[in-house]
Design a binder for this molecule. Structure first.
Ligand code: XIL
Length: 344
């Protein structure tokens, strides 16, 4: 059981879930309850998912289903996410002033984080704020929030979240931080700069979320030493670290299933061995538990991650029949190898 092997080291292990799965896939839910100590809504708490129509027509039902599921089963709940450039309702873009936009952001954060106040372990407050490719000296992603407020939109979001739920850990969640490539180095540098700026301005921020959407072959190399250095830089700023969306694509691996499963498992092992070496890493979430429910298998990722043959991807610790794969053993072993953390 991944939950138990993690807990022995005072680590939390968890997975995504959805209201649809909770209602419609009891065998999968049993597996989640057996393996996971934490859950996060894959999509049900995203702004545009909750609000597809007019401004005052939020639908909290799927989000409540996930929050209640966590509560009833004594699972740690991650909140994902309060603000994300990719999941902003369309009416937001039509607001005519900065002030109206600020009001909408404050309303959104106050309503959602306030609704689950005291029940959420950590909130991804702003998801994916980094974008050095946009060319700004501070490496922040441009877009509606940045254009209207400058970097201050982050201050507004984190301060509002702290007020709405003072006990939730406030996380900056980001992708493309894991590998040894110049683009990722630029993303790491920009993230560190952002955290330092927030701290100077007394903006509350508690943790960095490392998404870790990895690939088992092809792409830039992985350097354990480089990742370790970055994680210790984050820890040096006084923040904890969560691995928030771990999964492994196999788009460049051979078709042979056993070979592929081995490559995927080895990728989990290499990454987790390096990451868990840093004591500030307190939590590991995989972005799904079984290949039955994965955004990769559903081809919701960027097309470059799709397999070109017709065999479905096998990115997660359990296969589509809910049977454990080598990746499951690799994750369990990584937890067993991990140094014990301070409780809490
Ligand atoms: C993904 C979901 O898994 C998909 O179902 C959805 O179509 C798009 O979003 N980074 C994030 C997650 O922070 O919210 C994304 O989740 C994956 C990338």
């Amino acid at each position: 059981m991944l939950r138990r092997s993690a807990a022995k080291k005072n680590l939390i292990y968890g997975t995504t879930i959805s209201a649809g799965q909770i209602a419609g896939d009891p065998p999968f839910v049993d597996l989640v309850l057996q393996q996971a100590g934490a859950v996060v809504a894959e999509n049900d708490m995203k702004w545009r998912v909750m609000n597809r129509g007019a401004r005052d027509e939020d639908n909290y039902r799927p989000a409540d289903t996930v929050a209640d599921f966590a509560h009833e089963n004594d699972l740690t709940l991650r909140g994902h996410n309060l603000l994300w450039y990719q999941s902003t309702p369309s009416w937001f873009f039509d607001l005519s002033s900065r002030q109206e936009m600020a009001g909408a952001i404050v309303d959104r954060i106050t309503a959602l984080a306030g609704r689950y106040r005291g029940r959420v372990h950590s909130w991804d407050v702003v998801n994916e704020p980094i974008g050095p490719e946009d060319g700004r000296p501070d490496g922040l992603r441009t877009g509606v929030f940045l254009e209207m407020f400058g970097p201050d939109y982050l201050d507004l979001a984190y301060r509002t979240a702290r007020e709405a739920d003072p006990n939730a850990r406030l996380v900056v969640n980001e992708y493309g931080l894991e590998l040894d490539a110049p683009e990722q180095e630029a993303r790491r540098a920009a993230l560190l700069k952002l955290i330092e700026r927030m701290q100077r301005a007394n903006v509350p921020v508690d943790a960095v979320g490392i998404q870790a959407h990895l690939s088992c072959a092809g792409g830039p190399p992985f350097s354990a030493a480089r990742l370790r250095r970055f994680l210790s830089q984050v820890a040096g700023l006084g923040l904890t670290i969560q691995i928030t969306e771990l999964d492994v694509t196999d788009e460049n691996a051979p078709a042979d299933q056993a070979v592929r499963d081995r490559l995927v498992a080895d990728t989990y092992a290499r990454f987790l061995d390096a990451a868990l070496d840093e004591a500030a890493v307190k939590m590991v979430m995989t972005w799904g538990l079984s290949d039955r429910h994965s955004w990769i298998v559903r081809r919701e990722t960027n097309e470059s991650k799709w397999r070109v043959d017709s065999s479905p991807s096998r990115p997660l610790p359990f296969d589509a029949d809910l049977k454990p794969k080598p990746a499951f053993e690799a994750i369990a072993q990584a937890f067993a190898n991990a140094p014990e953390r301070q409780p809490g």
